[in-house]
Design a protein. Sequence first.
Length: 347
Amino acid sequence: MKTITTLAACLMSIGLVACGGGGTSAPSSAVIGLSLDSTTAPTKLYVANADNQTIQTVDLTTNAVTTLAGLAGTAGTTNGTGTAARFYEPFAVAVLGGDLYVADANNYAIRKVTTAGVTSTLAGTVATSGSADGTGTAATFSVIKGLTGLGNYLYALDTFNQTVRKIDITSGAVTTIAGYAGTLGSTDNATGSAARFNYPFGIAVDSSSNLYVTDTLNHTIRVISASGAVTTLAGSVGVSGSADGTGTAAKFNIPAGIATDGTNLFVADSGNHTIRKVVIATGVVTTFAGTAGTSGNTNGTGTAAKFNSPLGLTLDSTGNLYVTDQLYTKIRKITSAGVVTTLSATF
């Protein structure tokens, strides 16, 4: 029986439990994080299947689903190849330098998975939560929900620590670049540890190393500059809603996954059952697909399409979006024209 209920419920949990919560032996499936093998010529989609404890691939030509690493329904900490590897609520995935990196949420670690399915631990002390900066196993995390990468660096949302962490993939060195461990809030126009977040969830990076974060329970979209300065681009702190508008006039309801083409942001506005578009230069927010407050599974264009708690999101270079939807059981594709279809992949 599926153990996922709602994104809001699991984010507000005071325990160290990731969304999912399928435990150490759960057959349920929860497709969460997505990443393409290539943004320019994608052939496959990598999927973090949190409750299934696996990393899966979807062939974008045939929609065939295969398991790259992990054993279905069996959680653990083991490094290994293919089904010999174990994860515990793998939540987000990011491709960097030809390898796949996984936010292994309830193992409190960043794992590396090669295209051959060889799994190792890059950073974090497996099964030990904390907030320490350091290199490799000397670093600690507390339930990582978001992950993205650029160059030699991963950027992770250490959600239950309320911080943004940076990981050098060449050395495994981890540093905290924004937020203060264990302290939530909404402090804006602040730098580094002076900034505050409220369960940040989704993260994207542009070519200039600017980071974009869905500050989920603040219902806002935050920007972190390359120097660590944090500002709010859109949304009103602590106020949920569905209004389109500019800056604080726009409203979100549990914004989750986020992706960028360098000019715009695309946000899975989970509580509104919509995909929102944010112009980075102006903070203008519009609804790209779906109808606020109306859940469903209808394919169509723009507001004619319907979603049910869209969560993970990734984007290719031609403007095609891939979204985890239908309470984490389906993947939807949205073209640059807003045409929504459902992949026939089964998880």
